[in-house]
Write a protein of this length. Structure first.
Length: 416
């Protein structure tokens, strides 16, 4: 046991962690009911399960309206379009997130403006948002990243002062609450993903929360091919929509996931607290990012930790992760890199004239024209991400993870 598995020793953990996604008779029953109803699609819209699920999901997060849609990428696009974002408008996004947080703007030929994140949370830095505002700025998309939350007090205050739309990207944060308010209910829109890896999932899927009647009607119209039908025709213009309806079969799975959301949220928050306590008691130099005291209900998607190489004999984070993986514990380092460095945003400038106008012919030129030092340090040196299934099992799983980390730390000098 004492020799590192990387050098031929016995692994700390040789059994897999809890399989994901999780389901039981709840999902089985809803899916069988949907199958037998022979109503599988989402049309006519809204379908009965879409209405029921949207109502429950919104209620849990304290929003007035919830509308399911195809995935958590298009929900961002729908929100931008419902908010009236047009070609050339600027949308401020954190750079340390999944590409959809920014590509949603590009798809409308609007311009994502990348800002750095706060060192304490790796979520959008409100000071960076304020500095990035120009006369073209129309919206802000904060992301509640991993188990963390964006400082919504400051984002909402800045948005109000400058008349900007706020779309919370809650793809990681189902169930979370800030000062008693559910994620996705504080800004103008909340956007959720139910993709396979998420805290609630139907394989693929998404939902939008909002509180405003006109926004609700526009979202419904955009999800349903731009139709305006009784119940969602209370606005003047005609919108150009998509078919982004979610099928009744997917919503049936989500109904089961909704039944368990409260219990899952509580259990994961407890497991996160246990992991934090055990890790901090046994290992110096790898710390779970602190939860802001304004978080009143902790969501626990991926756990974000900060690696201090000085406490590991100066080895690089990636060397630490390599040794840890050999011990049977697969944590992640470069789960996200700053978005301005990924090739997708250098995509064809002829297709995105507003992006070219803002950033030049080479678009972002591999990110050379932008620098977000906090995000870059997180991505390449400090961040350690623990994925969702690791907190879904027992405390013994957590003990194994901490034992493996402590073992690698004891042998860090051999890894140098
Ligand atoms: C922060 C963030 N936003 C948006 C999305 C997009 O969601 P989907 O995969 O459902 O399109 C994801 C999904 O991975 C995400 O992590």
């Amino acid at each position: 046991m004492d020799k590192l598995a990387l050098f031929g020793g016995t692994k700390v953990r040789s059994t897999p962690f809890t399989p994901w996604p999780q389901f039981d008779d709840r999902e089985r029953k809803y899916v069988m009911d949907a199958l037998e109803s022979r109503r599988w699609g989402g049309y006519p819209f809204p379908s009965p399960r879409a209405l029921e699920f949207g109502r429950r999901f919104a209620e849990y997060h304290g929003a007035r309206y919830g509308i399911p849609a195809a995935n958590g990428t298009v929900t961002l696009e729908i929100a931008l379009r419902a908010a009236g974002i047009k070609a050339g408008d600027e949308v401020i996004v954190p750079c340390y997130t999944f590409m959809a947080t920014a590509s949603c703007a590009v798809h409308l030929n609007a311009v994502p403006v990348f800002t750095d994140v706060e060192a304490r949370s790796w979520c959008m830095d409100p000071a960076g948002v304020e500095a990035a505002i120009t006369p073209k700025t129309k919206a802000i998309i904060p992301v509640h990243l991993g188990h963390q939350m964006t400082d919504m007090d400051r984002i909402l205050e800045i948005a109000k002062r400058h008349g900007l739309v706020v779309i919370e990207d809650c793809a990681h944060s189902h169930g979370g609450q800030w000062r008693g308010k559910g994620v996705g209910s504080m800004g103008d829109f909340g956007s959720f993903s139910f993709q396979s890896s998420k805290l609630m999932t139907s394989g693929e899927g998404g939902a939008i929360l909002c509180n405003d009647d006109t926004y609700r009607a526009k979202v419904m119209s955009l999800v349903n091919c731009g139709r305006k039908e009784p119940g969602y025709d209370g606005f003047d213009e005609q919108l150009f929509g998509w078919n982004f309806r979610l099928s009744e079969l997917q919503i049936a799975v989500l109904m089961g996931q909704m039944d368990r959301l409260d219990e899952v949220t509580r259990k994961r928050a407890e497991m996160l607290a246990y992991f934090r306590e055990t890790l901090h008691a046994n290992v110096a130099g790898l710390r779970v990012l602190d939860t802001d005291p304004r978080v009143t209900r902790q969501h626990a998607y991926q756990t974000l930790m900060r690696f201090d190489s000085a406490a590991f004999a100066g080895i690089h984070r990636d060397r630490f992760l390599q040794a840890l993986e050999a011990e049977g514990v697969d944590l992640d380092g470069t789960f996200y890199v700053p978005l301005y460095q990924i090739p997708i945003f250098n995509a064809r400038s002829d297709e995105w004239p507003a992006l070219r106008e803002r950033y030049g012919e080479g678009i972002l030129e591999g990110g050379r024209s932008i620098s977000c030092p906090v995000a870059e340090k997180a991505a390449y040196e400090e961040a350690v991400w623990m994925h969702y299934p690791h907190l879904s099992g027992s405390r013994a799983d957590v003990d194994d993870i901490v034992t493996a980390i402590a073992k690698v730390q004891r042998h860090a000098a051999e890894l140098a």
